[in-house]
Design a protein around this ligand. Structure first.
Ligand code: DGL
Length: 270
């Protein structure tokens, strides 16, 4: 079994998981991170679950040969298609991600006076922005089932938002706003309580979503929760890197071109 000084592996279909890596480095800077982006095969969100599982296994094999102590699937899509199969097969902790719907729905709870169970729940209208595959998979249906009786949940696939990040056009304000309007103009936005960013690529659009949405609409992502979860898992296994260790980041990608490498660095420091 790898020891606490072994690296933490992080992967995504491409560059989206760098939004998670950025949060990991801020919160657990003593760890060594090996990031793998599969930009050559992105997007995953329009593939079949079988294809995404096969690609995820290939990436896991690479990480296992590098002796990593844990893997963060910084991709909601790969999590929904592959996390169960990967956990069955590999004997190291695998942290997955799913749209932070619970956080959004819990905003409707008013705490009881004694601070225990919620006294009242105001039904929330929540848009979950994610990839078509995430929203189609059983895992998301099960998540919706937990909350849909007391809330209104609108799943919204936004596949083009992945492509814009991968092609390095995130700074193209007109293109991004046009794309967001195409996906969201059909909603009565002032009545929306929150938008959940259920794809790690979409976290890079936070400022654009802020521009699109009324100030009363919350924008929620699962990155902090994922990082907290990883910290707790490593701590409970005695595998957190020692505080005094100098952490680091290595980024690899199935697209070995300099454009992707430069874009990765830029996003990590954004
Ligand atoms: N970043 C990924 C996610 O969180 C998937 C994007 C894609 O490749 O379609 O779902």
């Amino acid at each position: 079994m790898p020891d606490c000084r072994a690296p933490v592996a992080v992967f995504d279909s491409g560059l989206g998981g760098i939004s998670v890596l950025r949060e990991l480095v801020r919160t657990l800077p003593m760890e060594n991170y090996l990031y793998f982006g599969d930009s050559l095969h992105a997007p995953y969100g329009t593939k079949t679950p079988q294809e995404v599982r096969r690609l995820s296994f290939d990436i896991m094999e690479r990480f296992m040969s590098q002796g990593v102590k844990t893997v963060v699937i910084a991709c909601n899509t790969a999590t929904s298609a592959a996390v169960n199969a990967l956990r069955d097969h590999y004997d190291i902790p695998i942290i997955g991600m799913e749209p932070a719907l619970k956080v959004a729905c819990d905003r409707g709870d008013t705490a009881a006076g004694d601070g225990t169970a919620p006294a009242r729940h105001m039904p929330q209208h929540v848009i979950v922005a994610a990839t078509p595959l995430t929203l189609r998979e059983h895992k998301f249906a099960a998540l919706m089932d937990r909350f849909k009786a007391n809330n209104m949940i609108s799943p919204q696939p936004c596949p083009d938002l992945v492509e814009i990040v991968e092609s390095g056009r995130l700074c193209d304000h007109d293109l991004v706003m046009r794309t967001l309007h195409r996906y969201f103009d059909g909603y009565d936005l002032p009545s929306i309580d929150s938008v959940v960013l259920g794809c790690t690529h979409f976290v890079f659009y936070r400022d654009y979503f802020r521009e699109l949405l009324p100030s009363t609409t919350a924008i929620i992502d699962g990155n902090r929760g994922t990082v907290r979860h990883l910290g707790m898992v490593l701590e409970s296994l005695g595998k957190l890197a020692p505080e005094e260790m100098d952490g680091g980041v290595e980024i690899a990608n199935s697209d070995s071109g300099e454009r992707i490498a430069a874009l990765s660095r830029e996003l990590l420091h954004s």
